[in-house]
Write a protein that binds this ligand. Sequence first.
Ligand code: ADP
Length: 464
Amino acid sequence: MKKKINLLIIASVLGIIALSIVQGYLINNTYKLKKDAFIKETRRSISQIDDFSPALDSLSGIWQDTFLNTVSDYKIDLASKSDILDGLQLVMDSINDTYRTEYQKELVKKNIPYGIKFHKKIKAIILLDSIKNDTIFDVEKSAKHIILGDPIADEDAIGVSTTSWQTDHTSSRIINGETKDIVFYLLFLTQDKMDIAGWEKIVFKRMVGLLLLSLLIFSIVIGLLYYSIKNLITQKKIADIKTDFVNNITHELKTPLATLTLATKMLKKDEIQQQPQLVDNTINTIERQNKRLQKLIDQVLNNSLGYNEIQLNKELVVIEPYINTVLDDFLLSVKSKNVMINRAFSEPNQTILLDKFYTTTALLNILENAVKYSGDTIKIDCSVDSKKDLKISIKDNGIGISDHDQKQIFDKFFRAGNKEIHDVKGLGLGLYYTNQIIKAQGGHITVESKEGTGTTFILTIPFN
Ligand code: ADP
């Protein structure tokens, strides 16, 4: 059974790990899809801002006009390629602040609430000719970057689109008193890029519902598994306790029954019947075993009562003489063993309202255990402190209880697992019942113990 439970736990843990991996994979995929969808959506929203904004359009007109003019100069050898590029950069720089402001205004108009940086980067400028193309600028071959808009680090830049501006340009110039037509066909390629501030957060926010739902489902699965395994372990514990109890009670019943069978057989014998002393002894044995059986049955019937089932019958008791009587009676019952009891009382003549019958049973249970779970010479210290509550400490010099077992000794049917107690008879009900009796009177019981040294039980009963 234990092996089966362990296997189940291992299988569940493996299952949970597999589930986590699948879940993680699906969430990661969803994140990628959401990210792509978000970028696509933003790209679509901003891709035509340039064309539909009159302010941005007129700014484009400014740099384009200046640019076309310089190209015309280039065509008649009044400017070099680098003059074209420097001129372009200059005009773009001069309008850049206005361009950026206008761009942001357009974003607000389009209801795009997140901060977007945007720029146009020139990829290539080529003058097309039927004979030979003339490349003015090629970003791949140049170390120079001509940009209109916001500066964006390469690693953050998200491509929006590649725009191509193609124009067939004709202008006239007067050279040496002669009007000359300058004609060229231009291909101007730009790459539009954007950077969305905190896009990870935005995508994450869009996934919060999904994340929470999967976390909830995950927690429910883990919770259910934990609950089922815990239940299974409890069931197993109960089954073990029941088996132990049946074994213990069978063992407990066997001895008196065997003695009773032997005693009755002896009484039937003629030679015994003729000796009155032997008859008396045998009858005493029968009586003792009878009592023992009765006590066992009482233990099973009464000792399993819960504290709220105990009917108290309280009376005023003078503490010192009452406890002394219990201890004296107990000493008489264990004449066969070498038991010494030290007593100490903090307050003489102090009284308390308590149920004498049940409290005596509780004290006797503790005292009997002190004798049961000790060596041959038993020293018990009983100190009573009745200053605030009635606090009775019973300390023995016995085998002690391990820290682990201390947590369970008040449980029904619990018996410590150490080897020394296997020979000691018991049903594991005494301390459970003692605890219930003290609880029924509004008090509590604690234990302090060290294996091999001894145990102290402290019974506390309040005065009211
Ligand atoms: P029982 O004595 O019938 O087994 P109890 O409920 O009285 O049942 O005690 C429960 C267990 O607590 C015992 O089996 C024993 O292992 C441990 N125990 C109780 N009292 C002592 C003690 N004074 N010293 C050592 N172990 C004790």
